[in-house]
Design a protein around this ligand. Structure first.
Ligand code: CP3
Length: 339
């Protein structure tokens, strides 16, 4: 069906002739073409809500960088917004929520979102699928409930997310209610993405690393597990939990196909802990792309040798930084594809 379905085969553990590659945040500010499209929208949120523009930047990395999958251009924060908590994206600073979650009433006031509340994403997926014309699969995504809760309570990014963690310690019962509502919203939303054509789903748990092991199991993995149970029967699921090296053995038990790794994790150790039933994805340090081409090539080779060519999807250990050189990014992709 696809001209190139290598990433789907790798996710399912089928044999591949070379290692597939895509990069987190591949649609973004490293591409002048992205900046040109973004300039046509009033601000980031208007951009995300415009299906034509969102579809356009979704395809750009496929055309320009030659990646083996597109990822729908959107943001994880569309779910809090659809639930009734609007945000602003402040230039060079990040997200900001005017109202945050503090009480039982705040949680009761939240709406359980369904795909209809996020119709702009659904339309963007349909347009992107049409433009892709089966060249490569399309990845849909959502934030993990804990990471979304962290923003909804904290109100912005944070190094420690101490306000969100305070909520876990002071009001654990409410935290579970909130996480459950986010989980139900996310399942509805991801099912809508799949119905619109998303071929795989990735969950981003960007703030896994601020929790200790026990809290991670109770407040994050429990809900990720519910989402995997609902989605994995439909399409392959990837769970990327940044800095969650302490939970790899637990993640190995999830109903998911692929586990995304950040750059702090040694590939051989990850394989031993996770076993052979899952595909691994990752994990070069994005800052490695500031090095020269010789070093980039050596890293690509080392990484692929360490993971092995089967049951593996090459990627970075987190998203691309905006000041990375697009030519070096493309060089890295070409190195992996040439191995
Ligand atoms: O990966 C892709 O190419 C698809 C698009 C995508 C975006 N955000 C677009 C975006 C994805 C998958 C995300 C997920 C996301 N959003 C996460 C999880 C992944 C991660 O990075 O840990 C998180 C935590 C967010 C929340 C968010 N969105 C923050 C903290 C910021 C500001 C910081 C920044 O990078 O600017 C955003 C903004 C954002 N989301 C941009 C893009 C391309 C930059 C906005 C711009 O163009 O100015």
């Amino acid at each position: 069906m696809y001209q190139n379905d290598i990433i789907l085969r790798a996710a399912k553990g089928e044999k591949v002739e070379r290692v597939p590659i895509w990069l987190m945040r591949q649609a973004g500010r490293i591409l002048p073409e992205y900046k040109a499209t973004r300039a046509r929208a009033k601000n980031f949120i208007e951009f995300v809500k415009n299906p034509e523009l969102a579809a356009e930047v979704t395809i750009q990395p496929v055309d320009i960088l030659g990646v083996d999958a597109a990822i729908i251009f959107s943001d994880i924060l569309v779910i809090p917004e659809a639930m009734g908590l609007p945000y602003q994206m402040i230039e060079a600073k990040g997200p900001n929520f005017e109202k945050t979650i503090k009480s039982q009433k705040d949680i009761d006031d939240l709406h359980i979102a369904d795909a209809g509340d996020l119709d702009y994403v659904i339309q963007a997926i349909k347009l992107a699928k049409k433009d892709l014309n089966n060249r490569v699969p399309l990845i849909g995504f959502g934030g993990a409930p804990w990471t979304l809760m962290a923003y909804m309570v904290e109100g912005s990014g944070s190094k420690t997310f101490s306000q969100a963690k305070k909520f876990l310690y002071q009001q654990p019962e409410l935290a579970h209610q909130l996480l459950e509502k986010i989980t139900q919203s996310t399942i509805n939303y991801l099912k809508g993405q799949i119905a619109a054509g998303a071929d795989m789903i990735q969950l981003f748990d960007s703030w896994a690393g601020v929790l200790g092991h026990e809290q991670y199991l109770e407040f994050s993995l429990k809900y990720i597990s519910k989402i995997c149970d609902a989605i994995e029967p439909l399409v392959p699921v990837t769970v990327f939990a940044k800095d969650a090296h302490f939970a790899l053995a637990d993640m190995a038990k999830l109903n998911c196909n692929t586990i995304g790794l950040d750059w702090t994790i040694n590939p051989q150790d990850a394989r031993i802990i996770i076993g052979h039933e899952k595909t691994l994805q990752g994990n070069a340090d994005p800052c490695m792309l500031y090095a020269d081409e010789k070093a980039i090539e050596a890293t690509a080779r080392k990484m692929v040798n360490a993971f092995g060519k089967q049951r593996y999807i090459a990627n970075l250990g987190h998203g691309l930084y905006p000041d990375l050189d697009k030519n070096k990014v493309k060089f890295f992709i070409d190195c992996v594809k040439g191995l």
